[in-house]
Design a protein around this ligand. Structure first.
Ligand SMILES: *Cc1c(COP(=O)(O)O)cnc(C)c1O
Length: 226
């Protein structure tokens, strides 16, 4: 995307913000992005940053300590043995993708006296490269997830497979929204479904059409990663 190299991060944030309904939360995915660029994004109003990997996020957090009101979102797969570190560094975990991880986070959250916000990662289409629950697996795990009372389960997250047409991608996002609605209707005491984290640089327009409440944008804001 050479044209995006010509505009500044500030310009790109303004352009994207205009395209998003006000209710959609813009998460700037800053993996592999230097902290100087993150500071520019912050100056342009960004308060939500998404990172995929713990060591990178921890380093950047120490370098950006003077910016106190950032909310950090973990968007990459989390191994159970790094769950404690994740809770120390992130307020949101979008990539909660198994019951075992949920139960580990729940236990740790209790011992840390915190209530982290999490999203359940689902994959409604088969995708060998992606983690997450199928619809069937998720319904089977809901009773046990509802017992994870130290977690604030806020909704669903999904990543669309790369090879879909626009129609198929839109359909996938709509189906993910329908699944959230179906779960909400079951009235679980500790599972809320008000949030949907769907949409990346190539498909966020479709995610907005599909009713997302959070988009996770990297390249659109920061340019292509080297
Ligand atoms: C990298 C990443 C993004 C951002 O991708 P872009 O295509 O750069 O917008 C969003 N979500 C997840 C889970 C990612 O890993």
């Amino acid at each position: 995307m050479s044209s995006s190299q010509l505009s500044t991060i500030t310009d790109r944030i303004a352009t994207v913000r205009q395209q998003l309904p006000e209710t959609v939360r813009l998460i700037a995915v800053s993996k592999q992005v230097p902290v100087e660029a993150m500071r520019e994004a912050y100056s342009a109003g960004i308060r939500d940053f998404g990172e995929s990997r713990l060591p990178e996020a921890a380093l950047k957090q120490s370098q950006l300590q003077d910016l106190p009101d950032i909310t950090w979102h973990l968007i990459g797969h989390l191994q159970t043995n790094k769950a404690k570190k994740a809770l120390e560094h992130f307020q949101w975990i979008h990539s909660l993708d198994s019951l075992k991880l949920a139960q580990t986070l729940d236990r740790l959250a209790k011992s840390m006296s915190i209530n982290p916000q999490v999203l359940l990662q689902v994959k409604l289409l088969p995708d060998p490269n992606k983690y997450g629950w199928t619809e069937e697996e998720l319904f089977a795990d809901l009773p046990a997830l509802n017992e994870c009372q130290n977690l604030q389960i806020k909704g669903l997250m999904t990543i669309a497979p790369l090879n879909l047409t626009e129609e198929e991608t839109l359909k996938l996002f709509q189906n993910t929204g329908s699944l959230a609605a179906k779960i909400q209707q079951q009235n679980w005491s500790h599972i809320q479904m008000q949030d949907l984290s769907m949409g990346m640089s190539d498909d966020y327009h479709l995610a907005v059409q599909g009713g997302t409440t959070m988009v996770r944008l990297g390249r659109t804001l920061f340019g292509s990663r080297s």
